[in-house]
Write a protein that binds this ligand. Sequence first.
Ligand code: HEM
Length: 622
Amino acid sequence: MPVIDIHNHFFPSSWPDLAARYGTPDWPWIKHTEPGKADIIVGDRFFRHISSACWDPEVRLQEMKRDGVDVQVVSATPVLFAYERPVEHALDCARLFNDAALELCSKGKGRLKSFCQVPLQDTEAACGELSRCMRAGHLGVQIGNHVGSRNLDDAGIVTFLQHCADEGAAVLVHPWEMFGQERMPKYMMPWTVGMPAETQLSIAALILSGAFDQLPRTLRICFAHGGGSFAYLLGRMENAWHHHPVARGECEHPPSYYLNRFFVDSAVFDQHALQFLVGTMGAERVMLGSDYPFPLGEERVGALIRQSNLSQETKNRVLGGNAVRYLGISAESIEFTEERSDAASTPPAAVQAGQLTYSSYLKVPELLGLQRPQSSPPHHDELLFIIVHQTYELWFKELLHDLDAVVANLLKAGAALQSRDEVYEAARLLRRCTEITRVLVEQFTILETMLPTHFLAFRGLLEPASGFQSEQFREIEFLCGLKDEKMLRYHKPTPEAYASLKRRLEEPSLHDAFFGALRAMGKLPPFDDNATDRERFEARARAVHELYKHEHHHRDWIDVCERLTEFDELVVSWRLRHIQLVERIIGIRMGTGGSAGASYLKLTLDKKFFPELWEARTLLTE
Ligand code: HEM
């Protein structure tokens, strides 16, 4: 799932002199002060220091990469809204900046998308510009939370919101022109106190006026800065709605009923606040919004969410899953856009010839974008920790791929005894599995270059994630024949993993396929119905013993037996090395998955996939 920041801002590096263009004073202009730095001036009043991240796509892309953000949806800045100006000026200004946004995005390698702005003081002009922008490639619109004294429940604005729903445009409501400024002349209080109240007012207006009852559910609307003070004061509003008829307004239901009609962003800068916001709004209603690259924005975009105690599933939703819904796009379309823009930047000849590149075949950019440290600033060793685990998972994938083929070959070998090809192929693939597992045993040494103190510096951020949740490790166990239904409980949070493990429980294992073939060869007589587990085990061990006794007739099968034994041996070595690593790094601490840690893991050392192959050795005589 991509990581999508739906609230951040841009300024072009230059634009026409608006005061001269419209013949009116006090328009914003940009004054470059030193390389990479500029000031925004409104008329002759200083407004804000900005940096090249506002206008330079390369700087943005680099910082997005640093922060693990896949897509930014950029918006202009409320200071450019011009809602108080003549509509023709506001429309012209909107067009200038809307086109500038698209130009910036065109250099964003598919990672930059945009919201337009509209002259909201005039519904017809606003609807017209929105439609133009949606056709041109914007994903929606950023609007101010009021037009002078008109709140969002104003009839004209509600008509505009209806038009947004019809056009499939996402709406981002940004507070601006804060009220009560005469009482907040200092300390940025209009931003810290006024903005949250403005936003709360807008949400309350849409709810209490009955606008949400009137507007279609297809409207996708989001309020910036966590919805301002709304979530925190919802209880107060709810209480008023139930107990004071004058506070009820025109809406059909109490305020909390409307929570599923809008989104809020995550720009609240405090873990408790984020937790509370997700608790109040629901995990499906909060999205990553950073206010990047402004001074009050999140310094490392997404860090608040990543470092929170929210479940991984909720984090995924808040970081990008919800934005996919809000923006009305599909996660696949983002990858497609990236691929398309990568292709666009390769020489035309290569594209025409349809040649693959090293990087497009191996998906190198995607692969290198998959390491997302939780620590902020990232702890140096967390990258190693992630890469080592990811490498294990890649090899687990290959192991499953090969072991599945081994099972298929052994099943065929059992069904057609005269054909030897399948037995040779099974042995060949098993050799690959043992070589991979040998590498997996060795790989722990790389992780042991991490000091225990370094791991402890970020371990707390990983809970409750644990190796117990490695679906592929468990699949390997189940596929080889060590089926333990109890282990499914660790996969409850991920339904797909749960389902595929459940499937593995039901499918024939490598153990089943191997002994099925020995039965077909007549080495393993059918069991009595009332045979005990022990008797069955001993019969299987005797079947293996038979093979070894008549080695010359069964060289191919002996080869399979030796490979299976070696694989078993190496998996035990893996378990042992893992325990040594655990003891070396966390001592006898409990695991993040809730087990007793190393002492629990030691109990798994007795697990074998093919204990009969080991037992057969005892049966052999000199
Ligand atoms: C700092 C390094 C590591 C530590 C401290 C560590 C710790 C632990 C602990 C304590 C457990 C027991 C379950 C729990 O309560 O969480 C566990 C299980 C597990 N770990 Fe690790 N681990 C580390 C590295 C790795 C690596 C690199 C892998 C590679 C895939 C891995 C894979 C697993 C697996 C598959 C299990 C489940 C084992 C089973 O159920 O038999 N661990 N780990």
